[in-house]
Design a protein around this ligand. Sequence first.
Ligand code: PLP
Length: 363
Amino acid sequence: MEANRVYNFNPGPATLPLEVLKQAQEELLNFSGSGMSIMEISHRAKEYDAVHNQAKEDIKELMGLGSDYDVLFIQGGASMQFAMVPMNFAAADKKGNYVLSGSFASKAYKEAEIQGVGTVAASSKDNDFRNIPKQNELKISADASYLHVCYNNTIYGTEYHYIPETNGIPLVADMSSDMLSRPLDFSKFSLIYAGVQKNLGPAGVTIVVAKKSFIENSPENIPTMLRYNTYSQKNSLYNTPPAFCIYMVGKVASWLKRQGGLTAIAERNAKKASLLYDVIDSSSGFYKGHAEKDSRSFMNVTFRLPTEELEAKFIAEAKDNKLCGIKGHRSVGGLRASIYNAMSYDGVKCLTDFMEQFQTANK
Ligand SMILES: *Cc1c(COP(=O)(O)O)cnc(C)c1O
């Protein structure tokens, strides 16, 4: 680790690979021999075009998807996708069907409700969102035009470990906090979106990966900038894209390829997560995980200590040990370690060493 850096467990914006930050730093004043920063170049320039198209290609390659899928770059965060999805695909007689597995899943459903087109397929709210509803609990409605799931619940620390079977109803997933963290059969999804500031870059762009046949018929009566079609027909260059963010996402995608792709990163992510969960499970109840074991997230590990006073003490002492960003979300309290792709095994090991010491000193 660099001497003046910390281990950053923030949920988003979140830690980025040091290698990528350094590359950006090196290229900042003179990108690709242009004598300008990437932030100062026209989005119609050939130097930018290469960055834009390579990022799209690398994302598709990492996901193992072919020419029947498109990658779109959209602003407004994952939160705008909550509204765009029902606007583009639902109607009074074709509802958006939602699995409520946490706060972002519920916010997505709320946007469909505002438009009068939302129905609920399952919910784990009564269980404090400690679990992901199972396949046999999903009541996919017959009039659904899609099933929406939040694949990793950043705040509660739960994650899907199966791909829902929908009997032909298009599957839409918010993967903001686990995008490109493990290999999946992505061809089972019609549309995946992810705000990149969790796992893939700086805040400012949302990646949408969609089946072309699913998005080619956006309705005509919604604003141009809210139609998926606009982005796919114009290569996400209908208006000025967030060029610097896309450039950073491209750098992270190529870093991921150098790590060995999604299979290699998933192995590392699984090792990091089990290190943490093992310490929680062997703490004789000092640390209590929020998620049920079979729904545990590999990306956000949520847990509590015996008292709120101890939690505050833990956070303060962790910070003194260069372990930052582990306070839980304000809506649920407790602690949360976000251990995205760019968090090293060493970083997680430092945290678990600290947890063991803290327990010994405070039990
Ligand atoms: C952070 C997050 C969001 C919200 O993302 P914004 O880009 O801030 O709108 C939505 N869904 C999930 C799963 C998230 O983690």
